[in-house]
Design a binder for this molecule. Structure first.
Ligand SMILES: Nc1ncnc2c1ncn2[C@@H]1O[C@H](COP(=O)(O)OP(=O)(O)O)[C@@H](O)[C@H]1O
Ligand SMILES: [Mg+2]
Length: 278
């Protein structure tokens, strides 16, 4: 059964047959200054379900960003492939995949509205339609009143919401979120994460999220993939079988803290290994 992406009940449980993104035997290597090659990702395979919120956690430098870049077609894998639906990714896929990066990547000389419109300018959407869709996207993230402000007039949390609006405006059904709250303080992060979840639940996007924050990982995800130290391999896939809609009070429930504790022990082991890598 295909779920209705715009269903008012929001995110529905999905089955394997509804997989949206297929990563098969992915391999990514980079050249080192000495001329040799170092593997960032080796033999990485994973199917991501339609409408799933999937999180990657793992030590710094283990290859998470490389995986996202391969999924979005920003780098060419050295082996294996990524498929979105029926299409093998061979280059950027702006109609299907949108990104949110940790550092917001906003243009300082443009207003919030102008920064959201950029995504549509690249697609040559006519100006009036661009304006309207950008305004709608800003309203979705609660920033309707800040459309004319420049980035220096916005708080960190507001800038991040502009970045989320920019990712939403092109109506891509796949969102890649690479440590999007990394630059925010804990409270903003918690509030923004809760809000983001509410928005995304209502939109039914397929999401791959990278974070170091385990509480955020458990709160937001359908599944969490714990990665090993470089090169990226899957250490364990954890199903977060906590019903949705979720509210912040579940964070103190036993089921929640148990998953969080388990993720911590997985991440701790691998981070200790990663610290001893060159
Ligand atoms: N453009 C690049 N050139 C050379 N090495 C890179 C490049 N990008 C990433 N790497 C290396 O690949 C490994 C994985 O990087 P990355 O995917 O960014 O990891 P993560 O996002 O998990 O921190 C790291 O050791 C990093 O130094
Ligand atoms: Mg990274």
């Amino acid at each position: 059964m295909l779920k209705n992406e715009n269903s008012p009940e929001g995110r529905q449980p999905t089955t394997e047959s509804e997989a949206r993104i297929f990563v098969e035997d992915l391999e990514v290597a980079y050249a080192t200054p000495s001329g040799s090659r170092v593997h960032a990702v080796v033999d990485f395979s994973l199917d991501i379900r339609r409408g799933e919120f999937l999180t990657l956690i793992g030590p710094s430098g283990c290859g998470k960003t490389s995986i996202l870049k391969a999924v979005g077609g920003l780098i060419t894998p050295d082996g294996g492939d990524v498929r979105i639906g029926d299409t093998i990714v061979t280059g950027p896929v702006p109609d299907q995949v949108a990104y949110v990066f940790q550092d917001f990547a906003l243009f300082p000389w443009r207003t919030a509205l102008g920064n959201v419109e950029v995504a549509l300018e690249l697609k040559k959407v006519p100006k009036a339609e661009r304006r309207e869709r950008a305004r709608e996207a800003l309203a979705t993230v609660g920033l309707a009143d800040a459309a004319d402000r420049h980035p220096h007039e916005l708080s960190g949390g507001m800038k991040q919401r502009v970045a989320v609006a920019r990712a939403l405006v092109s109506n891509c059904d796949v969102l890649l979120l690479d440590e999007p709250f990394g630059a925010l303080d804990e409270q903003t992060r918690l509030v923004l994460g809760t809000e983001l979840l509410r928005i995304l639940e209502s939109l039914g996007k397929t999401i791959i999220f990278v974070t170091h924050n385990l509480q955020e990982a458990v709160y937001l995800s359908d599944r969490v993939v714990a990665m090993s130290a470089r090169p990226a391999r899957i250490k364990e896939i954890i199903e977060v079988d906590i019903p949705r809609p979720r509210s912040p009070d579940i964070m103190v429930s036993e089921a929640f803290t148990e998953i969080q504790r388990h993720l911590f022990s997985l991440l701790y082991e691998e981070s200790a290994l990663a610290m001893n890598q060159p």
